[in-house]
Design a protein around this ligand. Structure first.
Ligand SMILES: O=C(O)C(=O)C[C@]1(C(=O)O)C=C[C@@H](O)C=C1
Length: 371
């Protein structure tokens, strides 16, 4: 032991300090159970409902977490404090029955990490093979909610997810932002032993610069998810993968090189999809899908669509266009706007927009991501 740490240990009375910790733990535990009893009372007041999903109130959870953030004075970081409170609420809700949350699997994907970040660990996370399957299983009721990627800060939109809304009746019930840390994973002892790297195309793209510099000769193979790549790295000699700490653990791989992503603030945004529209939480975002084909087609289409937002002072934070799949060169626009669809001034802007459009759907109004 270094002299400095010996000195600081001598400066605190260790047994006394641990006794204080024990006392605080006892109070925390009693308070958590008191909270759980209150949550149970709230649950009972909601009536004799069918399933956990009927007790879940994401707008209230967002409000609770914003209060946690506002009063946090440290030393624990905001992120840690949020995580603890999310877990407490997750456990309180699971007293009824755990929520079932479908995600783009298999085990160990970033999407699974996003599920736990948003819902806590007291849920049943159900892995599905494709984004389409996640939508189907939420629609059929096998899962209460689904979590799918929507955009990456370096690679842009996940078109597959956006396109699902063209036909799916599901609603957006939340967004999750996750910092993406990509590591090179494998069983080999050195980089020279790597013959190929298997990972999802997005992960390969996010690490393009690093791969070009350190593994210029190796074959890069795009697979359906990083977890599939990790499984191959576990089972094949000469194959390495790209993935998270969780994937390294699940597939029993060594982290050969940490943080090989080209951009240090690489993040992915995920959407929570469910069957119902949510009530306002006080700090919300609305996503709509709109098209004017057949009404105001041609020059000025986009301008006419945006006019109602300008008139009512509503802030648009994102616009994406996708082929409508009805006819060639016909587009559907996806807009994210600040505020809740059912509250003024958003409701007025949307009423005007609805008049101008041939296709109009509120895909969801949900609490803004709380990091
Ligand atoms: O406030 C409620 O409606 C509750 O059911 C309580 C509680 C909580 O633990 O704070 C639990 C689950 C809900 O998703 C939201 C909040």
């Amino acid at each position: 032991m270094s002299k400095a740490s010996k000195d600081s240990e001598a400066a605190v009375d260790l047994p006394a300090m641990r006794k204080r910790i024990d006392e605080v733990d006892q109070q925390i535990q009693a308070l958590i159970n008191e909270r759980a009893r209150f949550a149970q009372q709230v649950g009972i007041s909601k009536g004799d409902l069918a399933a956990a999903v009927d007790y879940y109130r994401p707008e209230r959870e967002a409000e609770v977490l914003r209060k946690v953030l506002a009063r946090n004075e440290g030393p624990l970081r905001d992120e840690e404090m949020l995580r603890l409170f999310r877990e407490i609420m997750s456990a309180c809700l699971a007293q009824q029955e755990p929520l079932k949350v479908g995600f783009l699997g298999p085990e160990g994907t970033f999407t699974q990490a996003a599920v736990y970040k948003h819902f806590g660990h007291s849920v049943r996370a159900l892995p599905f093979g494709t984004i389409d399957e996640v939508f189907q299983e939420v629609e059929s009721g096998v899962a209460d909610f689904g979590v799918v990627p929507i955009e990456n800060s370096t690679e842009g939109t996940v078109n597959n997810t956006l396109d699902m809304f063209l036909t799916s009746p599901l609603k957006i019930g939340g967004e999750i932002e996750l910092r993406i840390e990509q590591h090179l994973l494998g069983t080999m002892q050195s980089l020279e032993k790597v013959e190929r790297v298997c990972a999802h195309e997005q992960a390969l793209a996010q690490c393009r610069g690093w791969l070009r510099e350190y593994l210029p000769q190796v074959e890069l193979i795009g697979v359906s998810s990083n977890a599939v790549g990790a499984r191959r790295a576990r089972d094949e000699s000469g194959t390495a993968a790209i993935g998270s700490d969780a994937a390294a653990e699940v597939y029993d791989l060594r982290i050969m090189v940490n943080n090989i992503e080209d951009s240090a603030d690489n993040a992915t945004r995920f959407l929570v999809i469910g069957r119902n529209l949510l009530a306002a939480s006080g700090l919300d975002k609305t996503t709509i899908m709109v098209s004017t084909s057949g009404t105001a087609a041609g020059a000025g289409v986009l301008h006419s669509l945006l006019q109602p937002f300008a008139t009512h002072g509503v802030n648009i934070t994102r616009i994406e266009s996708r082929p409508s799949r009805r006819r060639n060169w016909d587009y559907v626009f996806f807009l994210d706007i600040d505020g809740h669809a059912e509250q003024s001034p958003v409701s007025e802007a949307l009423a005007e927009l609805r008049e101008l459009s041939s296709l109009f759907r509120v895909l969801g109004a949900y609490p803004r991501a709380i990091s």
